[in-house]
Design a protein around this ligand. Structure first.
Ligand code: ZN
Ligand code: ZN
Length: 525
């Protein structure tokens, strides 16, 4: 799709097509305006915020991603010559996965952040993080690639990237009214040039350059298991550029969107957007003290998906081996799987394992506990294999419009986008649950119920197997826990009491199964 768009810009008989302009003088003027040719590296520092992409409380009509804590003493060193970026900040421990920086990449169930001081680094295709003074931990390749992209999504980075082999700049002009939320209402549009380049042979990145030759918006798309090709952009206002000496200028206010800045829900049901930003008003150019060498453990890290199976009861299997479990339950004529977490790679590996464990029966249903992206990212894979999705009805509109659709996915095409299934257009790939739902045959039943009220999320389902006296739950209790009951723990305890059912075992999506009694002691005082 993008390749076609770029082809149209090719000159016909030496002329640019209508709508296009020559990018060369525009880029040269932009370079002069901020001294981009004199810069090897820049360090910015200040206070930033971090939006948790995909951890929204409600699936519908969010205006913003949640912010759990500020990033204090934030600093970022961008070294375009070396292809490295080093970010350091302080954040309260115990609230976020240690592997998560900001924006995309939140994976619940990874070790929680233990120390205040956090370090995130990328060098080429390797990314890693350090919790306090601990050992470096490799980031998943998709995170590392996005961080490497981030190195270039700022004015100096973009202008340098535009000169790299394969960048192939193209430019168009337009009149722009700007971002209403940021710029206010205006009726005087400005004439802008938008220059597009290709990065890493894959990402089409564009920069909006204003009449004062300043880059004010740098935009691209990044792949996301839930939202597909997801809008990803940084915005910089003219008045925030400061002089860093030697004619080098750099913006000091960062404003970043993960997803469209869609305050009125015009485009999406889920319109969370601000993933990162802040006032980074200390700017140092060409002071590049930190060598960011790739640690050996990071270079050697194995990112292969591992599935480890535990038989919990007859016909009930826990599929673990990663940060999120799934549970396969065998019925007489079909299989039901509880939870399709993370992404397609995880889900395909789990599905292959389930097919081996229980041959000759279809996976007829997949139960989704809630719409957080790390718990829902595999649902499209189950749709691909022909399973019906059981979810709480509050999630339906978001799933239907933004997630489980036929929209093309160009950056990381998945099974559904490559082989669009017929069920989707027929509209029978869902069962939505209001309060209670039962899957049953003569030998077994599975009771699915709506858990509320919850701070964590709206539209949470829990699964109960009466014969095995097992509860299958996500995020309500992550064993072993801290020994101190959280609001989610209390909600699980109260919900089970309200149902009036007997529970022997909690089978969590994060962690290993535990006895109900060891959990319930927290409430027996
Ligand atoms: Zn979780
Ligand atoms: Zn969650």
């Amino acid at each position: 799709m993008f390749a076609l768009t770029l082809l149209l810009a090719l000159p016909v008989f030496g002329q640019l097509r209508p709508g296009y302009v020559d990018p060369k003088p525009v880029l040269a003027a932009a370079e002069r305006a901020i001294g981009a040719d004199k810069v090897r590296c820049v360090t910015v520092s200040g206070t930033a915020y971090a939006g948790v992409v995909g951890q929204q409380r409600e699936s519908a009509w969010n205006v913003d991603w949640p912010r759990i804590d500020a990033l204090e003493n934030f600093s970022r060193t961008m070294n375009w010559e070396a292809g490295t970026m080093l970010e350091r900040f302080e954040r309260a421990p115990g609230k976020n996965p240690a592997s998560w920086k900001y924006g995309q990449g939140w994976r619940g169930g990874t070790p929680l952040q233990q120390q205040r001081k956090q370090t995130f680094a990328v060098n080429g295709r390797f990314g890693w993080h350090v919790d306090g003074e601990g050992p470096p931990v490799a980031a998943p390749p998709e995170d590392a690639e996005r961080w490497q992209l981030d190195l270039w999504l700022n004015p100096h980075g973009f202008l340098k990237a535009a000169k790299l082999p394969g960048a192939n700049p193209k430019a168009v002009w337009r009149w722009e009214l700007g971002e209403m939320g940021r710029d206010g209402h205006t009726t005087a549009p400005e004439k802008m040039t938008v220059v597009s380049i290709t990065m890493f042979g894959k990402y089409r990145v564009d920069a909006t350059i204003n009449p004062r030759n300043l880059l004010q918006r740098i935009h691209t798309w990044v792949p996301d298991p839930v939202l597909g090709d997801m809008n990803y952009e940084h915005e910089f206002a003219d008045e925030t550029y400061v002089d860093a000496g030697n004619g080098i200028r750099f913006p000091t206010v960062w404003h970043h969107h993960d997803g469209w800045d869609d305050n009125f829900g015009a485009l999406n049901v889920s319109a969370g957007h601000n993933g990162f930003g802040g006032k980074l008003d200390k700017v140092q150019a060409n002071v590049c003290p930190d060598a960011v060498a790739v640690p050996e453990a990071v270079r050697r890290a194995d990112h292969a998906v591992k599935v480890e199976t535990t038989r919990l009861a007859e016909g009930v299997y826990l599929l673990g081996g990663g940060s999120h479990n799934s549970v396969a339950v065998e019925f007489e004529k079909y299989i039901a799987v509880v939870e399709a977490p993370l992404d397609e790679a995880r889900s395909l590996a789990v599905i292959e394992e389930v097919v081996k464990l229980i041959p000759n029966k279809p996976i007829r249903y997949v139960v989704n506990t809630h719409q957080h992206f790390d718990h829902a990212g595999g649902l499209r894979t189950y749709m691909h294999i022909g399973a019906t999705i059981i979810t709480q009805w509050k999630n339906f509109e978001f799933f239907n419009r933004d997630f489980l659709n036929y929209a093309p996915r160009t950056l990381a095409p998945d099974m559904v986008s490559l082989w669009p299934p017929t069920e989707l257009s027929e509209g029978y790939q869902y069962e939505t649950v209001r309060e209670n739902y039962v899957l049953a045959d003569e030998k077994r039943s599975m009771h699915i119920s709506f858990v509320q009220p919850l701070q964590h999320v709206e539209g949470m389902l829990m699964v109960y197997l009466p014969k095995e006296r097992m509860v299958i739950e996500a995020d309500l209790f992550d064993p072993p826990g801290t020994g101190k009951a959280t609001a989610e723990n209390k909600a699980l305890f109260d919900h089970v009491r309200r149902l009036g059912v007997k529970v022997d075992t909690i089978v969590p999506v994060h962690g290993r199964p535990v006895a109900w009694n060891s959990f319930a002691t927290m409430f027996s005082r």
